[in-house]
Design a protein. Sequence first.
Length: 343
Amino acid sequence: MNIKSFRIIAMLFVMVVALGIVSATDDVSIDDGSEIDLETTIVADEDVSEDTTTSEYNVTNSTTDREVITEKVSEGGNTINFASGNYYDFSVKVGNYTTLNGNGAVIYGNGSTVFNIANTVGVTINGFTIVVDDDSNTSADGISGNFVYNAHIYDNTICNGSDGINIYRAWSNVTISGNTIYNMNRDGISLANPNATAGTNIDNWVGAEITDNVIYNTSFAIFIGGTYKGVISDNKIYNSTYAMQFAGKPNASSGVLKVNITSNNIHNVSVGIDMNHPDVVSLNLDLNIINATDYSINTNEYFNKDASKGSIIVTNNYLNGTVSDTFIDNIDKYENNYGPNAY
């Protein structure tokens, strides 16, 4: 599928379905009618190579004309190098194939999402401190958007908002690494992709990597909704209600999960991993440290392992917090786990 076809499909879909932010705090039992054919949402590497970065723009200081910055960020195809300093009252739509190098710039929001990356291909955002809203407006995100493909978000600090990074409705090939995210009313990182019903083959889908992030003082440090394929590793999470939650989207009984959760350090949370996913094809938990006051691993009535090919492997984890009986009953391999609630 070429870029024109992708854009046409995205535009038609937007006309049919009213867009809404998907987050951990939404009612997962409600079907919002947003299911899409997974194949139409994938942008392969060869599809994105026809557009490349064409120009570079240096923001000389924080008083540079805001209209000029907005134009360069929004038009696409640019690398924008920010000067260090404070940028106030900031909210901008990011264009395709845009690289934003923060270089330590501190961005203060204005009550709206600071960087809107909806309907984009090839966006990179790094090196910013993003203060979403000094007035603690809980409806604004740091970086947010739907229909996001081939995105790389790394080495940012994001604080004081609703969600730190919120990518929803459809996405593919997303890397979120090395960020520090704190003081979020809802989610530190949220990826929700309601694009596949139980049993859908996701082997050819390019998934996500969520690695090396520090997340604290959130309701849900990492929320995964609907279909997810990828890695969640080497994150440090603390002082949050849920370290990770996996749930069905757009309703509680849809979505496919294929994930490696490795080497995460989780402390001072109520629930370590809230595993409510309805179609677990593959789940590998290895080398995680989970210190939770209630559950280290919890499930609800929607949790289900694929009867024909699902596998759950739990090895080398420290578990301090109850492990639900339902989860235990579905484990295929359990080795070398330790701690007060290992069995």
